[in-house]
Design a protein around this ligand. Structure first.
Ligand SMILES: *Cc1c(COP(=O)(O)O)cnc(C)c1O
Length: 500
């Protein structure tokens, strides 16, 4: 299997190369040249298999240059019971007769990004070994909260790698910030950037496209790579859990073989929902993909109108990991829907850079309409969803999952569609404890309480245990306190690597 760039079909690289490079040199994203088909028989045969087996089944179709042994080692190192607290890795929770939560947050940082970022470092070091390179890999991450910590945990002390994480100084929760600034490991660095997530992400993108700077790093034995969701090595592990969810529903007899399900995904960068789209494309029986946004509803408008327009106010919401106005992975989706039209994609992305806006041709719009639905939920509705779901069934959702639930409820009311539906549950409620508690109690209940008091309050209220990794934060001293201007990010990298 070879990989093309969304902006240049003549570029063809192996999966090891695509994973190592992260972004194609002209700015496009790597995509597989074709999508392997999975038959219904094969899907049915997954029903009794472990997460490791399902991961191997899917990943080996895409990472064809990895040896079977290497791939199995990557999977075994990433998805352990020790790290995920359960052999199921991504268990499905039944809320009622037609609604299921796919819990993607049992990993070490309590959010779904662990699903990809626990395995990416192993993909990367394997890829370096396969291509006989011995430069040190430098991972640069711009994060709206969860990616940063998940990447730090994934890469810490992995030989041959170093990692630098930038987060927006006012765009992450207290817990998220604490998780990052107390990170241990001898190859890690963390800095706040003055601005929002897009500022941090644009800063990182600028470093990636600065050829002179790359040469400087190269002379010093460093190779830049990305752990952001634009890296193919981030995206491909996410396809796995949609198959595993379907397999779970089959083995628990919730669905019949071949029965179509809906999937709802709380979306920011369009990565997680793109993986669901790829699963559908490969043959997973999916009827509708429902894209859920918070008040930063650029994707809702796009899916409804075909016009992507980021020229709008940026909102800081209670679901900060979705506070995004440029959804990078949408590019891969448009590339696919346009029949791999690299020229069109280059044009659209140039328009996005120049005008902050583009309109897709009508055939692409028709393709979207055939598969997708979309909706958004403001903070008030999201709070209501948390409260109503808890009161109705005792299930506690985090704010991101609640955006999806809120959008799903509105979808059902609007369409009457009672198809069995899997909602991607993307974070532990403890990670966003303050907002969750305000929803379940009120503002007064949380007033004046610190993060750790809130954790134990939520433990009592929800009946769930505080995840160990969060409880342990209390005794950690912050290590990283630097705040940089967005123009200073490159200097920060140079200082950390000691290059001039
Ligand atoms: C990153 C994140 C999302 C959004 O995922 P995308 O792949 O960017 O669409 C949703 N919820 C949580 C908790 C996240 O960390």
């Amino acid at each position: 299997m070879q990989y093309n760039s969304t902006r240049d079909n003549s570029i063809r690289v192996s999966s090891a190369q695509a994973i190592k490079q992260g972004l194609s040199s002209e700015g496009g994203l790597f995509v597989p040249e074709s999508f392997p088909a999975v038959s219904l028989e094969e899907i049915v045969s997954l029903a009794s298999r472990s997460y490791h087996d399902i991961a191997y089944f899917i990943l080996s179709k895409f990472l064809t240059d990895f040896s079977g042994d290497d791939l199995k080692k990557c999977i075994a190192s990433a998805y352990t019971k020790e790290k995920f607290g359960t052999d199921a890795i991504a268990p499905v929770y039944k809320l009622n007769g037609h609604t299921y939560f796919l819990e993607l947050w049992h990993g070490p940082t309590c959010a779904f990004k662990d699903m990809a970022l626990q395995i990416l470092p192993h993909f990367l070091t394997t890829s370096m070994k396969m291509t006989n390179e011995n430069e040190e890999i430098i991972i640069l991450v711009a994060t709206s909260g969860d990616t940063g910590k998940a990447a730090l945990e994934g890469f810490r002390d992995v030989n041959g790698t170093r990692i630098i994480v930038f987060y927006p100084d006012n765009g992450v929760s207290e817990i998220q910030k604490l998780q990052m600034v107390t990170q241990r490991g001898n190859n890690v660095s963390v800095a706040a950037v003055k601005g929002n997530f897009d500022d941090a992400q644009n800063g990182v993108k600028k470093i990636f496209t600065d050829e002179e700077y790359k040469e400087l790093l190269d002379r010093n034995g460093f190779k830049l790579s990305s752990a952001n969701s634009i890296n193919w090595g981030r995206l491909v592990p996410q396809i796995v859990y949609y198959f595993s969810a379907y397999a779970d529903l089959l083995s628990s007899k919730e669905i019949e073989a071949g029965e179509e399900i809906n999937i709802v995904v709380p979306t920011g960068n369009f990565g997680n929902i793109l993986a669901a789209y790829y699963a559908k494309k490969m043959g997973l029986p999916v009827k509708r993909l429902i894209c859920a946004s918070n008040e930063n509803n650029v994707l809702t408008d796009f899916i409804k109108t075909g016009v992507y327009d980021k020229n709008r106010r940026f909102h800081t919401t209670i679901s900060p990991s979705m506070d995004i106005l440029i959804s990078s992975n949408l590019e891969r989706f448009l590339y696919d829907l346009s029949g791999r039209d690299d020229r069109l994609i280059s044009e659209l992305m140039a328009k996005l850079t120049a005008d902050g806006k583009y309109t897709v041709p009508s055939d692409i719009k028709a393709g979207i309409d055939a598969m997708f639905d979309a909706g958004c939920s403001d903070d008030k509705e999201t709070m209501e969803a948390i409260r109503n779901t808890f009161n109705a069934s005792g299930y506690t959702m985090d704010t991101h999952t609640a955006v999806a639930k809120s959008v799903y409820d509105k979808y059902v009311t609007r369409t009457g569609d009672m198809t069995k539906t899997v909602i991607a549950s993307t974070a532990s409620p403890f990670k966003f404890n303050q907002s969750v508690l305000i929803a379940l109690e009120d503002y007064n209940a949380v007033a004046g309480k610190d993060e750790f008091e809130l954790l134990s309050m939520l433990e009592k209220k929800s009946g769930l245990r505080v995840p160990k990794s969060l409880a342990g934060l209390q005794n950690r001293t912050p290590i990283f306190d630097t705040v940089v201007e967005k123009e200073q990010m490159e200097n920060y990298v140079s200082d950390f690597l000691k290059v001039e």
